[in-house]
Design a protein around this ligand. Structure first.
Ligand code: SME
Length: 169
């Protein structure tokens, strides 16, 4: 199988997601380690969308979210559960869309250039594994459509990988 992702950048964001879904399905390999798969997952997203400045996972361990596979600039390696956009999404186990990070109280600026953000919880068997975080250098980059398709992409991860014994270390 090919690790290359083929996306026509002239397509709308929704068309890009539709084109990306089968390619991510092919990219994830059931019997390979979760970290390897999620590293490729973040690379595929970053490759597909110019609007994404950073995309990555944080995994929960003992009340702290630890940096996992990502694409973009180096980022904060730890976030307290309940802090920032990631910690709030983790604590409330819900998707958070931030149109302007300056207006989100407690936003953690790993990259001062970041202007908007979306964070989705990764929940396995009713238990929070971590979050998927996407940042953008533009305001208002993410909306409900992104939330819907990113949730679909996360469901592909659930379908392929088994998180029952997963731990960040
Ligand atoms: N902005 C996030 C921190 C993680 S970085 O964006 C990679 C937050 O407020 O939780």
């Amino acid at each position: 199988m090919s690790e290359n992702i083929f996306i026509d950048k002239n397509m709308s964001d929704e068309e890009i997601y539709k084109c990306l879904i089968p390619q991510v399905e092919a990219l994830l390999i059931e019997d390979e380690p979760i970290i390897s798969n999620l590293a490729n997952f973040t690379a595929a997203l970053k490759d597909a969308f110019d609007k994404i400045s950073w995309v990555g996972f944080y995994f929960l361990k003992n009340g702290t979210l630890y940096l996992g596979p990502f694409q973009g600039k180096p980022a904060c390696s730890q976030i307290k559960h309940g802090s920032g956009v990631c910690g709030t999404s983790a604590a409330e186990m819900k998707v958070i869309i931030v149109d302007d990070v300056n207006k989100f109280p407690g936003h953690i600026a790993c990259d001062p250039g970041s202007k908007s953000e979306i964070v989705l919880p990764v929940i396995w068997n009713n238990k929070l594994v971590g979050v998927l975080d996407l940042d953008s250098y533009d305001y208002n980059s993410f909306n409900e459509m992104d939330a819907e398709y990113l949730s679909k992409l996360i469901s592909i991860i659930y379908g392929k990988l088994d998180f029952s014994n997963f731990s960040i270390e």
